[in-house]
Design a protein around this ligand. Structure first.
Ligand code: GLU
Length: 313
């Protein structure tokens, strides 16, 4: 039998030795200060066991990983109509790129690039005040993880709001096409706050369980989304979850995954495990350098890639 505890401990030990650690994101001031030496890993299996190593209980800025949760929430709110305002294709461009928006009439390629996630925030905001929308997102994530301690790091939200010229450009541009419908500063306020949610690897792996378990939170038995929707969110994570590095991530790891510039990655091995890794150094595509390497090694040692024949089949 695979000793998952030993595997995650070995991976954490190997990552502690790694010399190529990438570069910390520097465009959101508080993220600059994070120690490049940090590494954490946690996974929760289908039977509820949790294995963790390294800094698995240290909260970090989940940034774009939050887009998985806001997409889930917005789909619950507006259903498949969401796809009239956001596409489902990989962008092949950077996370904050504006180039495709002009030719594609303000419809972002997918919900995981910044433009797409801003539209999703705009949908969650509809009919609410920004503080209510932010509160709803945080409560949703706490419920998924079963942990009331999850919080928004206000200093990160404020720093991003102060320097978020590109996201403001994206939002204003989409507003010109009628695809951001609430006041732009309110929509951006919701967006930066959900990006500023702080979570540990353990909390993140727990929050991702519904995507591992066909849409059900295995702890509470509560259905979060239909099985079909969980499958589709996983498909989007596989094809679009790492921006213009999504092909490379699928090639190396072969799991649905969503990265964030805080250095976290949430990866899903459907039917098997929800996995979170964190190391703040990013590669040239803005995805965690060691997080990706750690997941690559985990998949090699467990055979969990979605492209691998199941051992028990
Ligand atoms: N809040 C970040 C931004 O909008 C998210 C980017 C990311 O995590 O990839 O720039």
């Amino acid at each position: 039998m695979t000793d998952l505890g030993a595997i995650v401990r070995d991976i954490a030990a190997e990552m502690a030795e790694a010399t190529e650690r990438g570069t910390v994101a520097d465009y959101i001031a508080p993220l600059k200060a994070i120690d490049l030496a940090r590494f954490g890993i946690a996974l929760v299996t289908a039977d509820g066991a949790c294995h963790a190593a390294g800094a698995a209980d240290e909260p970090f800025s989940i940034q774009s990983i939050s887009k998985v949760f806001t997409l889930t929430l917005a789909l619950g709110r507006v259903g498949d109509q969401l796809w009239q305002r956001v596409g489902r294709e990989p962008s092949g461009t950077a996370f904050n790129s504006i180039v495709q928006l002009e030719t594609e009439h303000g419809i972002p390629r997918n919900p995981f690039i910044n433009a797409g996630a801003i539209v999703v925030s705009d949908m969650i905001l509809a009919g609410h005040r920004p503080s209510e929308a932010i509160g709803e997102i945080v409560r949703f994530v706490r419920g998924l993880a079963g942990d009331e301690a999850i919080y928004v790091d206000e200093s990160v939200a404020r720093a991003e709001q102060a320097s978020g010229y590109r996201n403001a450009a994206l939002a204003n541009y989409m507003a010109a096409f009628g695809n951001v419908r609430r006041p732009v500063e309110e929509t951006l306020g919701v967006y930066v706050h959900h990006c500023a949610i702080a979570m540990s690897c353990r909390q993140l792996a727990l929050a991702g369980r519904y995507l591992m378990a066909g849409g059900i939170n295995p702890e509470t038995g509560r259905r979060i989304v239909s099985q079909r929707r969980a499958r589709r969110i996983n498909a989007l994570m596989l094809t679009c979850g790492h921006y213009d590095g999504s092909g490379e991530f699928a090639f190396r790891v072969g799991l649905p995954g969503k990265s964030g510039v805080g250095g976290g990655i949430l990866a899903i091995a459907p039917g098997r495990a929800a996995i979170a890794v964190w190391s703040p150094g990013l590669n040239e595509r803005g995805n965690s350098q060691l997080g990706t390497l750690a997941l690559e090694r985990l998949v090699q040692r467990t055979g969990w890639s979605v492209f691998e024949p199941a051992e028990d089949a």
